[in-house]
Design a protein around this ligand. Structure first.
Ligand code: AMP
Ligand code: ZN
Length: 664
């Protein structure tokens, strides 16, 4: 085989595996094998730039940076959709249609995916351009970013037309969204507001390797072009699927408006089982010939209609705005509400995000407000009922001092959040840092909870996490709700934390932007804390996945004499500040390519130990069960919904002992 043939073979194989994984959700090789092949191709391509292919699978990792996105005029305009809200609306629509076309009319019902719309152009089976909707007439060329989305095919399969556009929606599935937010929160950053905004924001990121890291997905629903020989909307969905696009299977052909309403009713209830957000149903005239006869109004196709799900909204009164101080000093305004029932739960609080948000919506205490629950966990206020506003209402004055320590707040250029700069003296920051240190994913100190930490700080027994290691049982016993036994447990728990591996200690230190993943990367790369302390910003940036923001923050943290002293003290007490030789030796590849979900309570080892063992042996951990899960390791009290999902997908459920057998 010549090098060129080898390169082409690898590209083709990788394309197929990528399709199996991201479109079909049914991989046939392990992630590890995939990575090995990709690496091989990367090496060959680097050596042989003469075989460059703009649609090579290696380009999916991104890297190209776009400063200004080029404006592109759409060949075919991207229309909006008309909305309907009732059976009557739909019947009216049907009447209008039937006046304009001959013959029977049937419909397809599709889900209305809530993301950012995109138009993809393919020529000779290759993706040549991806453009945002923009104003419908022209949009931004975001091709480099779109290429990093793994479910977007770069080359098509089967019998595709020479040139066509395909329209769809870029979405961020809940699971990936939640994971991104967990990492942000752990790193001391503000969580994203909702999946849709995050998806559309992602398309306009300048650095495509940032986009590549986001678990975005692309769902397609409309083929556009000349002489396509497609006769119905349903057929076009099937064709798109054949050519390699991800086209959700929920779409259904129906013949009457009553059936449309059944579809709407079904999905209004079941949409929360889908992995991504939807906000309604789109009903389309199925026959393409009839679609063409119906044509477009100035704004939308006459042959399609959206039916929005009832937004999960409630009306209530905003009692008071309070302000929380996080462990990094970030201030979050919170709306305290008259309790109200929303999507099955009683809501008492809503996030107000920041000062700009309050000002933009002109939210004031005593206002009657609309509360909505979207993809995010904490509900949000989406507007004010101004008619109900009383005459004595006064505009909200955002606080200028920390509610806890009264230090003047600061707001950095370009940041939405206010901060309390009193790093050393602000109680919630002091307490928050220690609470983070002892938390489950960090030092996991048994016998010590968040409230006790607050108590210890307030009693003046500790001011930082290093002080924990000097606590004596006698000092703790007199505390509220403490007894001899619980005090002993607390001291023993602190003692035991000295065994926690380096990567978690690094996470526990609470360096801004250093979440679990980044801590792991740094620990693996530098092996011990001294190497990190002395690393320059340039060196840090050169570590895989460490960006300038993280590098600066790490540098800043260790530039502080106080922090250096803290680390020295931890070292003296015997906390793990390097990767132990044991651990290095313990790592194997036994579980490469296997993904585990851990559920329930275990006897022999803790959950965290179990997870660590999985990762040390090359396995991956996922928080929810999907067809990609290899095994569920189940302890006592595994959740019933997980159990049901695992058996539905026929994922093997193994015990703690089965697992230990696997790796020994
Ligand atoms: P709207 O933005 O509310 O006017 O709704 C129109 C948008 O819905 C379109 O621009 C698409 O981006 C989006 N959409 C989501 N799912 C579908 C679908 N299945 N068919 C057509 N449009 C859809
Ligand atoms: Zn403060």
């Amino acid at each position: 085989m010549t090098t060129e043939q080898k390169i082409n073979q690898l590209r083709e194989d990788l394309r197929q595996h990528n399709y199996n994984y991201y479109v079909l959700d049914a991989p046939v090789i392990s992630d590890y094998e995939f990575d090995v092949m990709l690496k091989e191709l990367q090496v060959l391509e680097e050596k042989h730039p003469e075989f460059y292919d703009p649609n090579s699978p290696t380009l999916r990792v991104g890297g190209q940076v776009t400063k200004n996105f080029e404006t592109v005029v759409h060949d075919h305009r991207m229309y909006s959709l008309d909305n309907s809200y009732s059976k009557e609306d739909l019947l009216d629509w049907e009447k209008r249609i039937k006046k304009m076309v001959d013959g029977e009319v049937s419909y397809t019902c599709e889900l209305k995916y809530d993301g950012a719309s995109i138009s993809l152009t393919y020529e000779e089976g290759e993706l040549v351009r991806a453009v945002t909707r923009g104003d419908g007439i022209q949009g931004d060329n975001v091709t480099t970013n779109i290429k990093t989305i793994k479910s977007v095919p770069l080359k098509l399969k089967g019998d595709f037309p020479p040139k066509f556009d395909i329209r769809g929606e870029i979405v961020l599935p809940y699971e990936g969204f939640a994971k991104m937010n967990q990492e942000r929160i752990a790193a001391g950053e503000e969580p994203y507001m909702n999946p849709r905004n995050t998806a559309s924001g992602s398309l306009k990121l300048q650095d495509s390797s940032e986009v590549a890291k986001r678990p975005l997905d692309c769902l397609l629903y409309n083929i556009i072009g000349d002489r396509l020989k497609i006769v119905s909307q349903l057929e076009s969905l099937e064709k798109a699927r054949e050519w390699g696009f991800k086209v959700p299977i929920e779409s259904k052909k129906v013949d009457t408006i009553d059936e449309v309403l059944d579809f709407v009713a079904y999905w209004d209830e079941h949409r929360h089982d889908l992995p991504y957000e939807t906000d309604g149903v789109v009903i389309k005239v199925n026959n393409i010939q009839q679609q063409e006869e119906l044509g477009y109004t100035a704004k939308a196709p006459r042959w399609a209609m959206a039916y929005k799900f009832k937004a999960e909204q409630a009306v209530t009164v905003l009692r008071e705005i309070t302000y929380q101080v996080g462990r990094t000093g970030a201030i979050t305004p919170v709306a305290n509400l008259e309790p109200v029932l929303l999507a099955g739960t009683t809501v008492k609080r809503a996030s107000l995000h920041n000062a700009d948000q309050i000002e933009k919506l002109d939210i004031r205490e005593k206002d009657t407000v609309f509360v909505e629950k979207g993809g995010e966990i904490i509900p949000k206020i989406i507007g004010v009922d101004f008619q109900k506003r009383t005459t004595d209402s006064v505009p909200t004055q955002y606080i200028s001092q920390c509610p806890e320590c009264h230090t003047a707040l600061i707001r950095k250029e370009g940041e939405a959040q206010h901060y309390c700069p009193n790093y050393e003296g602000c109680p919630p920051q002091i307490i928050g840092r220690i609470q983070h240190y002892i938390s489950r994913k960090a030092m996991d100190i048994e016998g010590l909870g968040g409230e006790t930490v607050a108590l210890l700080v307030n009693e003046g027994l500790i001011v930082n996490y290093a002080d924990l290691y000097e606590l004596k049982k006698e000092q703790v016993i007199p505390l509220e709700r403490m007894a001899e036994k619980s005090a002993e447990n607390l001291i023993a728990g602190i003692e035991k934390s000295k065994e926690i591996p380096f990567e978690r200690v690094l996470f526990a230190l609470g360096i801004r932007y250093v979440g679990e993943t980044v801590a792991k990367k740094l620990a693996k790369h530098y092996k011990n804390i001294d190497a990190i302390v002395t690393a320059t910003e340039e060196e840090l940036v050169n570590v895989d996945e460490i960006g300038i923001k993280i590098a600066q923050s790490v540098k800043e943290f260790f530039d502080s004499e106080k922090n250096k002293l803290l680390v020295d003290r931890l070292k003296q007490y015997g906390v793990q500040l390097e990767i132990s030789a044991d651990k290095l030796a313990n790592q194997t590849d036994t579980l490469n390519g296997q993904t585990f979900v851990v559920s329930g309570v275990f006897e022999k080892i803790s959950r965290n130990e179990l997870k660590k063992m999985i990762e040390d042996n090359g396995g991956k951990i996922s928080s929810s069960i999907s067809s990609k899960t290899s095994f569920v390791v189940a302890g006592a009290n595994m959740g019933p919904s997980k159990l049901e999902k695992a058996s539905k997908l026929e994922i093997p459920i193994i015990s703690e002992d089965d697992f230990l057998d696997k790796i020994t």
